[in-house]
Design a protein around this ligand. Structure first.
Ligand code: UTP
Length: 291
């Protein structure tokens, strides 16, 4: 087995403008929209904790101070809940604070995902790190980031989350060109950001979960704007292919979209339907919907 360092940090880019949810996200960060009883950002943090990560590095921006407030103590609220004997609510409020350590870094301008990730360079240091985009929820028995961390433990290389998509949808994603495969693991030989279906080197889309290495962070710090004038995370990953191996994992389970209004609605309905507490109420409500 190759030498690997434990993945201790998870970078969570959350500095975007959330324009697809306007006006709902004019004041409220889209990462705080709820799915059942907790905001989507907390779902992401819980997934990272389940992967063994102890420090969340949340990339934030001006006007999104509520992100930190959600994971901070709330002494007045906690005192009131305690005095009223609302111990379940008290426990739920405190749990968010105790999940992990939190560091917040600012991205001055939304220059792209690669730029958001490189804002975390000083906190992450010279170690491999997880990266999780909160606008997908991991759904399935083994959280996706934990699957990637397991693969990194074995291979000690960057690991990308891959899923097969119909060719006509590949232009919405980064796409991986792959060579040798070992079961669900594929060695990545190139990454192409949002290719036209006819130019796509495969049907393997790169999804928003990664284990990245110091070499990728160094490459990100060095690169300039790519497709769409943004600093692309895929360009940073592409820059290290050749000097280091990069692997992709066709993960098990699903990633459910909460980054668009339609995706968020579908995820909310699915999560409620599968929940023993909320399922019956949802089915009663749906029975009253015509069409
Ligand atoms: P998205 O492109 O889905 O987020 O990026 P967005 O830009 O907020 O969304 P729309 O298109 O305007 O509706 C995926 C994740 O990366 C973060 C976002 O906050 C989101 O969690 N991100 C994106 C950054 O942190 N910085 C950026 O420059 C871009």
């Amino acid at each position: 087995m190759r030498r690997h360092m434990q993945v201790r940090h998870c970078v969570i880019p959350a500095a975007g403008l959330g324009t697809r949810f306007l006006p709902a996200t004019k004041a409220l960060p889209k990462e705080l929209l709820p799915v059942l009883d907790r905001p989507v950002l907390q779902w992401g943090v819980e997934e990272a904790v389940a992967a063994g990560v102890d420090t969340m590095v949340v990339v934030t921006s001006r006007g999104k101070e509520l992100l930190a407030a959600h994971f901070d103590a709330a002494p007045e609220l906690e005192r009131t809940l305690e005095a009223r004997g609302k111990l379940d609510s008290l426990e739920a409020v405190r749990r968010a604070t105790r999940l992990a350590s939190f560091a917040y870094v600012y991205q001055p301008e939304p220059l792209g995902l690669g730029d958001a990730v490189r804002c975390a360079a000083a906190v992450v240091g010279d170690r491999p790190f997880g990266c999780l985009l909160p606008d997908d929820l991991s759904w399935g028995s083994k959280p996706v980031l934990a699957q990637l961390v397991d693969a990194h433990r074995e291979l000690a290389t960057p690991i990308l989350a891959l899923t097969r998509v119909p060719r006509e949808r590949i232009s919405r994603f980064g796409c991986a060109m792959v060579a040798e495969s070992r079961g669900r693991l594929h060695r990545v030989t190139a990454v192409v950001e949002k290719p036209a279906p006819e130019d796509a080197p495969s049907d393997l889309a790169i999804m928003g979960r990664y284990v990245l290495t110091p070499a990728v962070m160094e490459a990100l710090v060095a690169i300039g704007p790519g497709a769409g004038g943004e600093i692309q995370l895929t360009d940073g990953i592409g820059a290290v292919i050749g000097s280091t191996a990069v692997w992709g994992l066709e993960f098990e389970g699903e990633l459910l979209d909460v980054g668009t209004l339609e995706g968020w609605l579908q995820t909310l309905v699915r999560a409620a339907a599968e929940h023993p507490g909320y399922g019956p109420a949802l089915r009663r409500a749906m029975a009253g919907v015509s069409g």
